[in-house]
Design a protein around this ligand. Structure first.
Ligand code: SF4
Ligand code: SF4
Length: 438
């Protein structure tokens, strides 16, 4: 990043920083502050740091970066802020400025520039990893997933959801033939985790959309939504991934775009319009149109397909007790919380019991979980206590990253609560006779 770009970004940052009144309301909702009690972890603390960025970052860019990296990017502060300070964009922009000035580490360059931003290379690396994962993962009797036995200090003692042996994109020939009845075309942005870890969820989404009469379009060669790169400050890889996906999702060819991943939905709907540096007016218009057409799949089922609650949950006898965890990027960033509960109700999969504090963060936060596993675990353990308080045997959610974190946290407690995506329950209970692969 050249100096002119840096100064342009800093000026944009300054304008947003100036909106903060330092009221401190964000402190009460920050999941990180709740476990550290450290004011500098709160949005207000970070904003005060950023208000002196012009000087502090030239003096100690590494220190500023470390402070900014202590954040789950959960959006709770942005959702609660009475001044409408867009803390997520602020922190992402600041990370980009610092990475642009300091440079990325070799490992991050390899991961983001060489692998993630080249979707075919990423696919090959993950396929290779799936073949060899049995050497480092052993089967667990805990439904949450396999036990990680990696020697790496970053990953030891973790319970990792295994990579799928066959990723969803390898099943595409079957999926693209799914018929539609309504005349409406729905593009499905699959996302890395549904493709490579939870392909069954992606299959279920395709089946459900088809059964509701939509033609499902699944463009091949999809890439990551770009958020992991952006969160690492790698704006170049983010731009490259956004362009890659924009080339494959022409908004003129579909009526709606859905995802089954809270983070992908938030990225396409909110982050792309704010942070994609469009190469042309046409690309800028495409970003805006795609954003307008993008729905979380559960929101889509309720608001477009007309799914309604069954109203019979309390009469279900003998079925499992199900609770729901709100992914931050659905509830706080996109204000989506009633729709997943309606889909759960419509599924008739069991008796729904609301857990206390269902909207609290699970502690995942993407790379935050890798860099600050101790803090991630402290936040996750609170979530486990909430799940246990509900008495549920199944916790459903709408984000594959949350699924991985919840499974790890539950397995650490040797807890046998099963973690599922809402769409799995809906597909299992509503679509026994629906077409498509089971
Ligand atoms: S709630 Fe908003 S205005 Fe108040 S301190 Fe936090 S970011 Fe600033
Ligand atoms: S994004 Fe979440 S973790 Fe980060 S400062 Fe805001 S509330 Fe705290």
């Amino acid at each position: 990043m050249n100096m002119r770009d840096l100064i342009r970004l800093m000026k944009a940052l300054d304008r947003e920083v100036a909106n903060c009144s330092r009221c401190g309301i964000c402190q009460s909702v920050c999941p990180l502050y709740a476990v550290t009690g450290d004011e500098s972890d709160v949005a207000r603390g970070k904003i005060m740091l950023l208000s002196g960025l012009m000087t502090s970052f030239f003096e100690n860019p590494h220190g500023v970066r470390q402070r900014l990296d202590r954040c789950l990017l959960c959006g709770a502060c942005a959702a609660a802020c009475p001044r409408g300070v867009n803390t997520l964009e602020l922190f992402l922009t600041a990370r980009g400025i610092i990475a642009g000035y300091e440079g990325l580490s070799l490992v991050k360059k390899l991961i983001f520039r060489r692998i993630l931003s080249n979707p075919r290379v990423f696919d090959r690396v993950m396929e290779w990893a799936s073949r060899w994962q049995s050497l480092v993962l052993k089967k667990s009797d805990i439904p949450a997933g396999s036990c990680g036995t990696l020697v790496s200090p970053l990953l030891s003692h973790r319970h990792l959801a295994p990579l799928a042996m066959v990723p969803f994109h390898k099943m595409l020939p079957e999926q693209t033939q799914l018929p539609g009845r309504s005349g409406m075309r729905v593009a499905f942005f699959v996302g890395c985790l549904l493709d490579k870890v939870f392909p069954k969820v992606a299959i279920d989404i395709g089946r459900v959309l088809t059964a509701h009469g939509f033609q499902v379009i699944i463009p091949p060669d999809q890439g990551c939504c770009g958020i992991p790169a952006l969160a690492a400050g790698d704006q170049a890889s983010f731009q490259r991934l956004a362009s890659h996906n924009l080339d494959r999702f022409d908004p003129l060819t579909f009526d709606f775009l859905v995802t089954g991943c809270a983070t992908c939905t938030a990225a396409i709907k909110k982050i792309w319009p704010a942070m994609v540096n469009a190469a042309s007016p046409d690309q800028s218009a495409a970003v805006a149109r795609i954003s307008e057409k993008t729905y979380d799949v559960m929101q889509f089922l309720v608001e477009v397909a007309g799914v309604r609650p069954s109203g019979q949950e309390r009469e279900i006898v003998g079925g499992p007790i199900i609770t729901y965890h709100d992914p931050c990027h659905l509830r706080k960033t996109l204000n989506i919380s009633s729709q997943p509960r309606i889909v759960l109700s419509a599924s008739g999969a069991g008796r729904f019991v609301e857990m206390p504090d269902a909207g609290s963060c699970c502690g995942m936060g993407g790379s935050f979980n890798l860099a600050h596993y101790d803090l991630s675990t402290a936040i996750g353990e609170k979530k486990v206590a909430c799940i246990e308080a509900s008495g549920a045997s199944i916790v459903a959610t709408g984000c594959p990253a949350c699924m991985i974190q919840l499974a790890d946290m539950l397995a650490r407690q040797k807890d046998h609560v099963q973690v599922v995506h809402v769409m799995e329950l809906y597909a299992e209970n509503i679509l026994e006779s629906a077409p498509g692969p089971k």
